[in-house]
Design a protein around this ligand. Structure first.
Ligand code: DC
Length: 228
Protein backbone atom coordinates (compact mmCIF):
# COMPACT_ATOMS: atom_id res chain seq x y z
CA UNK A 1 0.00 0.00 0.00
CA UNK A 2 1.09 3.52 -0.64
CA UNK A 3 1.48 6.39 1.80
CA UNK A 4 -0.50 9.63 1.90
CA UNK A 5 1.06 12.63 3.62
CA UNK A 6 -1.09 15.71 4.21
CA UNK A 7 0.60 19.07 4.82
CA UNK A 8 -1.63 21.98 5.78
CA UNK A 9 -0.83 25.44 7.05
CA UNK A 10 -1.07 29.17 6.39
CA UNK A 11 0.45 31.02 3.44
CA UNK A 12 4.18 31.61 3.71
CA UNK A 13 5.02 28.82 6.19
CA UNK A 14 7.22 27.16 3.55
CA UNK A 15 4.76 24.40 2.61
CA UNK A 16 5.51 24.12 -1.08
CA UNK A 17 9.32 24.31 -0.75
CA UNK A 18 9.36 21.75 2.05
CA UNK A 19 6.73 19.45 0.52
CA UNK A 20 8.50 19.45 -2.84
CA UNK A 21 11.87 18.55 -1.32
CA UNK A 22 10.39 15.92 1.02
CA UNK A 23 8.57 14.35 -1.96
CA UNK A 24 11.84 14.19 -3.90
CA UNK A 25 13.64 12.49 -1.00
CA UNK A 26 10.82 10.03 -0.37
CA UNK A 27 10.24 9.39 -4.11
CA UNK A 28 6.53 10.21 -3.91
CA UNK A 29 4.45 12.66 -5.96
CA UNK A 30 4.05 16.23 -4.73
CA UNK A 31 0.55 17.61 -5.24
CA UNK A 32 0.13 21.37 -4.77
CA UNK A 33 -3.61 21.91 -4.30
CA UNK A 34 -3.21 25.70 -3.99
CA UNK A 35 -2.18 25.71 -7.66
CA UNK A 36 -5.54 24.14 -8.59
CA UNK A 37 -7.46 26.87 -6.72
CA UNK A 38 -5.21 29.44 -8.38
CA UNK A 39 -6.01 28.03 -11.85
CA UNK A 40 -9.74 28.42 -11.15
CA UNK A 41 -9.13 31.93 -9.74
CA UNK A 42 -7.36 32.82 -12.99
CA UNK A 43 -10.33 31.55 -15.01
CA UNK A 44 -12.83 33.67 -13.04
CA UNK A 45 -10.56 36.73 -13.32
CA UNK A 46 -10.14 36.32 -17.06
CA UNK A 47 -13.89 36.03 -17.44
CA UNK A 48 -14.22 39.38 -15.65
CA UNK A 49 -16.46 38.04 -12.90
CA UNK A 50 -17.05 39.86 -9.63
CA UNK A 51 -15.13 37.42 -7.43
CA UNK A 52 -17.29 38.28 -4.43
CA UNK A 53 -20.43 37.21 -6.31
CA UNK A 54 -20.67 33.58 -5.18
CA UNK A 55 -23.63 32.79 -7.48
CA UNK A 56 -21.84 34.09 -10.60
CA UNK A 57 -18.59 32.29 -9.74
CA UNK A 58 -20.42 29.05 -8.89
CA UNK A 59 -22.35 29.19 -12.19
CA UNK A 60 -19.04 29.36 -14.10
CA UNK A 61 -17.48 26.35 -12.31
CA UNK A 62 -18.90 23.72 -14.71
CA UNK A 63 -17.16 25.51 -17.62
CA UNK A 64 -13.79 24.62 -16.13
CA UNK A 65 -11.71 21.52 -16.21
CA UNK A 66 -8.55 21.36 -14.12
CA UNK A 67 -6.13 18.51 -14.73
CA UNK A 68 -2.66 17.80 -13.49
CA UNK A 69 0.39 16.51 -15.30
CA UNK A 70 4.02 16.08 -14.26
CA UNK A 71 7.05 17.25 -16.23
CA UNK A 72 10.45 16.29 -14.80
CA UNK A 73 8.72 15.74 -11.46
CA UNK A 74 7.17 19.25 -11.49
CA UNK A 75 3.41 19.51 -11.26
CA UNK A 76 1.81 21.23 -14.26
CA UNK A 77 -1.72 22.57 -13.93
CA UNK A 78 -3.87 22.54 -17.03
CA UNK A 79 -6.93 24.78 -17.17
CA UNK A 80 -9.23 23.63 -19.94
CA UNK A 81 -6.19 22.04 -21.56
CA UNK A 82 -3.95 25.14 -21.29
CA UNK A 83 -0.81 24.89 -19.15
CA UNK A 84 -1.20 27.85 -16.76
CA UNK A 85 1.76 27.12 -14.46
CA UNK A 86 3.55 30.31 -15.49
CA UNK A 87 0.50 32.53 -14.86
CA UNK A 88 -0.77 31.59 -11.41
CA UNK A 89 1.98 32.75 -9.03
CA UNK A 90 0.98 36.42 -8.87
CA UNK A 91 -0.45 38.15 -5.78
CA UNK A 92 -3.59 38.95 -7.75
CA UNK A 93 -4.26 35.31 -8.67
CA UNK A 94 -3.50 34.30 -5.05
CA UNK A 95 -6.15 36.75 -3.87
CA UNK A 96 -8.64 35.45 -6.45
CA UNK A 97 -7.94 31.89 -5.26
CA UNK A 98 -8.32 32.86 -1.61
CA UNK A 99 -11.69 34.55 -2.23
CA UNK A 100 -13.22 31.96 -4.57
CA UNK A 101 -11.92 28.90 -2.68
CA UNK A 102 -14.42 29.79 0.06
CA UNK A 103 -17.31 28.74 -2.22
CA UNK A 104 -18.68 25.21 -1.86
CA UNK A 105 -19.08 24.72 -5.62
CA UNK A 106 -15.42 25.58 -6.22
CA UNK A 107 -14.22 23.20 -3.49
CA UNK A 108 -16.47 20.34 -4.58
CA UNK A 109 -15.14 20.68 -8.13
CA UNK A 110 -11.54 20.01 -7.02
CA UNK A 111 -12.15 17.51 -4.23
CA UNK A 112 -12.54 14.42 -6.43
CA UNK A 113 -9.48 15.29 -8.51
CA UNK A 114 -7.40 15.56 -5.33
CA UNK A 115 -8.72 12.31 -3.85
CA UNK A 116 -8.23 10.48 -7.11
CA UNK A 117 -4.54 11.50 -7.29
CA UNK A 118 -4.03 10.12 -3.77
CA UNK A 119 -5.76 6.86 -4.70
CA UNK A 120 -3.43 6.31 -7.62
CA UNK A 121 -0.08 7.40 -6.18
CA UNK A 122 1.89 7.78 -2.96
CA UNK A 123 1.59 11.53 -2.38
CA UNK A 124 2.57 14.50 -0.33
CA UNK A 125 -0.36 16.85 -0.79
CA UNK A 126 -0.25 20.40 0.50
CA UNK A 127 -3.10 22.84 1.06
CA UNK A 128 -5.41 24.08 3.79
CA UNK A 129 -7.88 21.22 4.35
CA UNK A 130 -6.00 18.10 3.26
CA UNK A 131 -5.75 16.46 6.70
CA UNK A 132 -9.24 17.55 7.75
CA UNK A 133 -11.35 17.06 4.60
CA UNK A 134 -9.58 15.77 1.50
CA UNK A 135 -7.61 12.90 3.07
CA UNK A 136 -8.93 12.48 6.62
CA UNK A 137 -7.34 8.99 6.71
CA UNK A 138 -3.88 10.15 5.59
CA UNK A 139 -1.12 8.08 7.18
CA UNK A 140 0.75 11.23 8.23
CA UNK A 141 -0.61 14.73 8.84
CA UNK A 142 1.60 17.76 9.32
CA UNK A 143 0.48 21.23 10.31
CA UNK A 144 3.23 23.48 9.03
CA UNK A 145 3.19 26.95 10.49
CA UNK A 146 5.31 29.97 11.43
CA UNK A 147 4.86 33.28 13.19
CA UNK A 148 2.95 35.74 10.99
CA UNK A 149 5.78 38.31 11.05
CA UNK A 150 8.27 35.74 9.86
CA UNK A 151 5.92 34.60 7.06
CA UNK A 152 5.40 38.21 5.99
CA UNK A 153 9.15 38.85 5.93
CA UNK A 154 9.68 35.79 3.70
CA UNK A 155 6.99 36.95 1.27
CA UNK A 156 8.45 40.46 1.29
CA UNK A 157 11.96 39.12 0.48
CA UNK A 158 10.54 36.94 -2.32
CA UNK A 159 8.72 39.92 -3.85
CA UNK A 160 11.75 42.20 -3.46
CA UNK A 161 13.88 39.59 -5.26
CA UNK A 162 11.38 39.71 -8.13
CA UNK A 163 11.66 43.49 -8.22
CA UNK A 164 8.12 44.11 -6.90
CA UNK A 165 8.00 47.38 -4.98
CA UNK A 166 6.05 47.12 -1.70
CA UNK A 167 6.61 47.56 2.04
CA UNK A 168 6.91 44.99 4.80
CA UNK A 169 3.87 46.53 6.55
CA UNK A 170 1.79 46.17 3.39
CA UNK A 171 2.81 42.52 2.93
CA UNK A 172 2.15 41.74 6.61
CA UNK A 173 -1.33 43.26 6.34
CA UNK A 174 -2.03 41.09 3.27
CA UNK A 175 -0.76 37.94 4.98
CA UNK A 176 -2.98 38.64 8.02
CA UNK A 177 -5.97 39.24 5.77
CA UNK A 178 -5.34 35.99 3.86
CA UNK A 179 -5.03 34.05 7.17
CA UNK A 180 -8.25 35.57 8.40
CA UNK A 181 -10.14 34.56 5.25
CA UNK A 182 -8.64 31.05 4.99
CA UNK A 183 -9.31 30.29 8.68
CA UNK A 184 -12.77 31.77 9.01
CA UNK A 185 -14.62 30.61 5.92
CA UNK A 186 -17.62 28.32 6.46
CA UNK A 187 -16.55 25.52 4.09
CA UNK A 188 -13.33 23.60 4.85
CA UNK A 189 -11.48 26.34 6.76
CA UNK A 190 -7.76 26.10 7.46
CA UNK A 191 -7.58 24.22 10.73
CA UNK A 192 -5.09 21.91 12.40
CA UNK A 193 -6.29 18.28 12.27
CA UNK A 194 -6.41 16.76 15.77
CA UNK A 195 -3.93 14.07 14.80
CA UNK A 196 -1.52 16.39 12.97
CA UNK A 197 2.09 16.90 14.06
CA UNK A 198 2.95 20.60 14.30
CA UNK A 199 6.13 21.69 12.53
CA UNK A 200 7.01 25.35 13.16
CA UNK A 201 9.38 26.98 10.69
CA UNK A 202 9.84 30.02 12.95
CA UNK A 203 12.24 27.83 14.91
CA UNK A 204 13.30 25.29 12.28
CA UNK A 205 15.08 26.02 9.01
CA UNK A 206 13.54 24.73 5.79
CA UNK A 207 16.15 21.95 5.73
CA UNK A 208 15.44 20.96 9.34
CA UNK A 209 11.67 20.95 8.79
CA UNK A 210 12.08 18.78 5.69
CA UNK A 211 14.26 16.32 7.64
CA UNK A 212 11.65 16.13 10.45
CA UNK A 213 8.87 15.35 7.97
CA UNK A 214 10.91 12.71 6.13
CA UNK A 215 11.83 11.03 9.43
CA UNK A 216 8.17 10.98 10.51
CA UNK A 217 7.12 9.58 7.12
CA UNK A 218 9.73 6.81 7.25
CA UNK A 219 8.76 5.95 10.82
CA UNK A 220 5.06 5.83 9.94
CA UNK A 221 5.70 3.72 6.84
CA UNK A 222 7.76 1.25 8.86
CA UNK A 223 5.11 1.00 11.61
CA UNK A 224 2.38 0.29 9.10
CA UNK A 225 4.36 -1.80 6.63
CA UNK A 226 3.79 0.71 3.81
CA UNK A 227 6.00 1.48 0.86
CA UNK A 228 6.97 5.10 0.35
O1 DC B 1 -1.17 27.79 -1.05
P1 DC B 1 -1.56 28.90 -2.04
O2 DC B 1 -1.12 30.28 -1.62
O3 DC B 1 -1.13 28.57 -3.43
O4 DC B 1 -3.17 28.90 -2.05
C1 DC B 1 -3.93 29.91 -2.67
C2 DC B 1 -5.29 29.99 -2.01
O5 DC B 1 -6.05 28.81 -2.32
C3 DC B 1 -5.29 30.08 -0.49
O6 DC B 1 -5.37 31.42 -0.03
C4 DC B 1 -6.50 29.32 -0.06
C5 DC B 1 -6.82 28.42 -1.22
N1 DC B 1 -6.59 27.00 -0.92
C6 DC B 1 -7.59 26.33 -0.29
O7 DC B 1 -8.60 26.93 0.05
N2 DC B 1 -7.50 25.00 -0.03
C7 DC B 1 -6.39 24.33 -0.39
N3 DC B 1 -6.32 23.01 -0.15
C8 DC B 1 -5.32 25.01 -1.02
C9 DC B 1 -5.43 26.37 -1.25
Amino acid sequence: MSIRIAIDGPAGAGKSTIAKEAARRLSVIYVDTGAMYRALGLYFMRKGLDLHDEAAVSAAVPETSVTIGFEAGEQQVLLNGENVNGLIRTLEVGEAASVTSSYGAVRAHLLELQRDLARRHSVIMDGRDIGTTVLPDAELKIFLTADVRIRAKRRFDELAAKGVSTTLEQVEAEVRERDERDMNRAVSPLRQAEDAAVVDTSVLSIGEATAVICALANERAKERGLTV
